[in-house]
Design a binder for this molecule. Structure first.
Ligand SMILES: C[S@@+](CC[C@H](N)C(=O)[O-])C[C@H]1O[C@@H](n2cnc3c(N)ncnc32)[C@H](O)[C@@H]1O
Length: 234
């Protein structure tokens, strides 16, 4: 039974990832704009993934990272709040005949979570869908599902701390996206800043600490920061 004040994480924020045609476009864009095998490689290394490990991915989208990691571990439990995302990911895994990855409807806050303690958890470009108030609850739930000394790889759009003028910072960010990837992505970036809940690095880092994680590596590119964390033994 959920508390009546629990945030409704199935309500889409910004882009509507519950819409089937939008999900198809997202998948095509992901193949075009991103180097999936490199993302898999980086996440697998950050997680020190072993063939015996079980992994939980939160916000798996169309499943490319989960399917890439599944080849390197025992099982990937991949979850997403969007039924359209889950159903496309399941279809792709069946086409590729992958048996050790499962896709279920579930979110950071509630819904399906692995029934066994996992050695690794991963989430890319998803935590910003939650307002700050709920990010800590989400990170604590991830920590609870991890085996002692389990690893968590969190990558998201995070705004740097200590910027004297955030309007100037956002203008530079949008201009850089427009130059690198064109008008459509620049407009999406504007909508992201306006409507979604990406937040400051000092907030994310304090929340990771309060959830019981130690950040052992931090990698920032122009748009995202990736944190490699260890859940200290309990
Ligand atoms: C920008 S997409 C990222 C998908 C994928 N991780 C990737 O890197 O391509 C955000 C995903 O998070 C999902 N999502 C939004 N809020 C969520 C939540 N609270 N828990 C789990 N998934 C969520 C959306 O349905 C969507 O599939």
């Amino acid at each position: 039974m959920h508390n009546p004040w629990l945030y409704d994480e199935r309500r889409q924020v910004g882009t509507d990832y519950a819409n089937e045609s939008r999900v198809g476009e997202y998948d095509a864009g992901m193949q075009r704009l991103r180097d999936v095998s490199r993302e898999v490689e980086i996440a697998a290394q950050a997680l020190s993934l072993s063939p015996e490990a079980a992994v939980w991915e939160i916000g798996c989208g169309t499943g490319e990272l989960a399917m890439g990691l599944a080849i390197r571990c025992r099982h990937v439990y991949a979850t997403d709040v969007s039924p359209a995302m889950v159903s496309l990911a399941r279809r792709k895994a069946a086409e590729r005949n992958l048996q050790n990855v499962s896709f279920e409807e579930g979110g950071f806050l509630a819904g399906y979570a692995p029934r066994e303690p996992v050695q690794a958890a991963v989430s890319q470009l998803t935590l910003h869908h939650l307002p700050d108030l709920w990010k800590l609850t989400a990170l604590r739930r991830v920590a609870r599902c991890l085996a002692p000394d389990g690893r968590f790889y969190l990558r998201d759009v995070v705004y740097p701390s200590g910027v004297p003028d955030y309007d100037a910072y956002f203008a530079g960010l949008v201009a850089a996206v427009r130059c690198a990837a064109g008008d459509e992505l620049a407009e999406q970036t504007i909508a992201h800043i306006r409507e979604e809940y990406s937040t400051f690095s000092w907030i994310i880092e304090e929340m990771l600490k309060q959830a019981g994680f130690t950040v052992v590596d931090r990698l920032t590119d122009r748009f995202t920061t990736a944190y490699t964390c260890i859940r200290a033994g309990r």
